[in-house]
Design a protein around this ligand. Structure first.
Ligand code: HPA
Length: 269
């Protein structure tokens, strides 16, 4: 496992990805943040040894490195989901490589269905905790050099980063919530009964990603910050026909607000 991580890390260093301060994983329709990266190096996932290839429309499948304000970031534009058929090892490798490249924090975004009745389409939710209903990406042999067999999960989302995001949102008058993200495999969206069930068990938003990457990062003691953009509502009386296109459309409309928050957070690292 470590050999493959090292091979990919060395490949990327040789391409010029040196000393990134932070990593970002961008969700459906949220890749535009990468346009603000200057002096960039872009590498297609298909050209990176050991990397899986992203198969979803709206997910580009590129690693982008460069200057983001005063910091250096490496962004994954396009991520890997279980519904594409990838296994835990394939989902884990890119996040582990980001850590071995030297990132100090991992930022993540996703598009999600809102379950909390106070949410509106276009709202941003800061993830404060999660309910992982996907296969745990740490299932399998553990390498103690990477992290412990049985990782603690009592505080996965970094509190200081959450506080910082709240202040930034307040300063810019951005409507923002804190809440619990539940991940499910997809690729189906939920039935009304499933939405109700996920709300009953404590979730504020539901999506098909993020928790695997966060679990892998937290296993390596990497501070994580994640946000959901609410692209549809799984609330009784407000459920509408949902498509990948409608999710992309609503994600793209809120993207600039999310970018404002992420940009200020990264510059204050
Ligand atoms: N459910 C699951 N995943 C999603 C949703 C949803 O309602 N919206 C965006 N991603």
């Amino acid at each position: 496992m470590l050999e493959r991580i090292n091979e990919t890390t060395e490949f990327l260093k040789a391409k010029g990805i040196i000393n990134p301060d932070a990593g970002i994983v961008l969700g459906t329709g949220l890749g535009g943040l990468t346009e603000k990266i200057e002096n960039r190096i872009e590498i297609d996932y298909k050209d990176i040894p050991n990397f899986p290839v992203s198969t979803v429309e709206g997910h580009d499948g590129k690693l982008i490195f460069g200057d983001f304000g005063s910091k250096k970031i490496v962004a994954m534009k396009g991520r890997f989901h279980y519904y594409e058929g990838y296994g835990p090892g394939q989902i884990a490798l890119p996040v582990r490589v980001l850590k071995y490249l030297g990132i100090k924090c991992l930022f993540l975004s996703n598009a999600a269905g809102g379950l909390n009745p106070s949410f509106r389409i276009g709202d941003i939710m800061i993830i404060t905790d999660h309910i992982n209903l996907l296969p745990n990406p740490l299932i399998g042999q553990n390498d103690d050099r990477i992290g412990p067999r049985f990782p603690d999960m009592s505080e996965v989302y970094n509190r200081d980063l959450i506080d910082k995001a709240l202040l930034i949102a307040q300063k810019h008058n951005i409507r923002i919530h804190k809440g619990i993200y539940l991940s499910t495999s997809g690729p189906t969206f939920e039935t009304p009964s499933e939405y109700r069930y996920f709300r009953v068990i404590g979730a504020d938003a539901v999506g098909m990603s993020t928790t695997p990457e966060v679990i892998i990062a937290h296993h390596m003691k990497m501070p994580c910050f994640a946000v959901s953009i609410i692209t549809d509502l799984g609330v009784e009386g407000k459920i509408e026909y949902t498509t990948h296109e409608s999710v992309q459309y609503h994600a793209a409309r809120t993207e600039s607000l999310m970018t404002t928050i992420m940009t200020e957070m990264i510059s204050s690292l």
